[in-house]
Design a protein around this ligand. Structure first.
Ligand SMILES: Cc1cc2nc3c(=O)[nH]c(=O)nc-3n(C[C@H](O)[C@H](O)[C@H](O)COP(=O)(O)OP(=O)(O)OC[C@H]3O[C@@H](n4cnc5c(N)ncnc54)[C@H](O)[C@@H]3O)c2cc1C
Length: 294
């Protein structure tokens, strides 16, 4: 829409970039790289140091990437850097179950033959995706990456501007909030959110197992919450194991051996013996969603 007054302001100012992006997690860098292909410059600002986000041990989660997400990573030049570490997902099985009883004989089954092309999606560990995004941002001349920089204020009455904790002010034509589920950018812009606590915490880790998983993802719906078993390259999988907050805290406080003793009857023996293949993580689960979408 024409806005001559605003255009005059923008013409009179040397802006730092076209688009200011708060948040250098997943969505911020993906957007910056996509905008770069359209010739737009952006500044990606993240509160955490780059070394923290680049570390193998930063975040234990693994992502189930739908085919559309894999295509997006291809389009922004990330896929070649991560594909060797991406596990194709050929089947998904969902059933209910109880610890020690194994999964129910009745289950939902989705398989790749239902699609015209390729696998149903891919499993990819956060560390590989995050490292590839960081490297790509550093080599893209249209992207300025500002790690260790916390946004504390913003103004969108004229050209967009943000103020960093150290007092620096950055300007752009548009401000994007990609700062996660407790988005300060959204709160400062008055975007109201709805949400509630699920009363559950996800226990997350990678496991090594004796038998091959054949690219099959499993979701067991247990009385306390779901247990997702997601295939990773090799004889490895990622689990997302939901328990009530109190029970998850108890389990997480146990040593590795006792943790696995509780997991084994829930997991079952269809992949042979299981062992931890990395650090253990916990994530509280809650719903948060904007009240309105435009
Ligand atoms: C265990 C687990 C498994 C998951 N599995 C999947 C999955 O299989 N598939 C899937 O699609 N999704 C999955 N998700 C969800 C997915 O992780 C999130 O949707 C995704 O990380 C959101 O990305 P984002 O870039 O919006 O935010 P984030 O990744 O949360 O990044 C936000 C960034 O903003 C920065 N930031 C915040 N405030 C400021 C500030 N004031 N100034 C500067 N920087 C700031 C933070 O430092 C952070 O780096 C999973 C989540 C969990 C917990």
């Amino acid at each position: 829409m024409d806005n001559p007054a605003r255009d005059d302001i923008l013409r009179g100012m040397a802006l730092d970039c076209d688009i200011l992006i708060v948040g250098g997690g997943l969505n911020g860098p993906c957007l910056a790289l996509a905008l770069s292909q359209a010739g737009l410059t952006s500044t990606v600002i993240d509160a955490l140091p780059a070394e923290t986000r680049d570390a193998d041990t930063f975040d234990g989660r693994s992502y189930a990437l739908a085919l559309a997400s894999a295509r997006l990573l291809q389009a922004i030049g990330i896929w070649d850097a991560v594909k060797a570490n991406a596990q194709p997902m050929h089947e998904i099985k969902a059933s209910d179950g109880r610890a020690g009883e194994g999964p129910s004989p009745f289950f939902l089954h989705f398989e790749r033959d239902e699609l015209e092309e390729g696998p149903m999606g891919y499993m990819l560990e956060d560390r590989f995706l995050r490292q590839a995004l960081l490297a790509r941002m550093e080599s893209d001349p249209n992207v300025t990456h500002l790690p260790r920089a916390k946004v504390v204020a913003q103004d969108i009455s004229g050209p967009a501007s943000v103020t960093l904790e150290d007092g620096r002010v950055l300007t752009g034509q548009l401000l994007v909030g990609a700062d996660g589920r407790q988005s300060g950018t959204g709160a400062r812009a008055g975007i109201k959110r709805l949400g509630w606590d699920y009363g559950q915490t996800a226990l997350v880790c990678s496991l090594a197992h004796d038998l091959p998983h054949h690219g099959i993802a499993h979701q067991f719906f247990m009385p306390a919450g779901p247990l997702a078993i997601l295939p990773l390259p090799g004889n490895r999988c990622s689990i997302v194991w939901s328990e009530t907050h109190a029970r998850a805290a108890e389990i997480n406080a146990l040593d590795d051996g006792a943790y696995l003793d509780i997991l084994r009857p829930r997991f079952g023996d269809f992949l042979g013996d299981i062992r931890l293949a990395g650090k253990r993580f916990t994530y509280p689960l809650n719903l948060t969603i904007s009240e309105r979408f435009v």
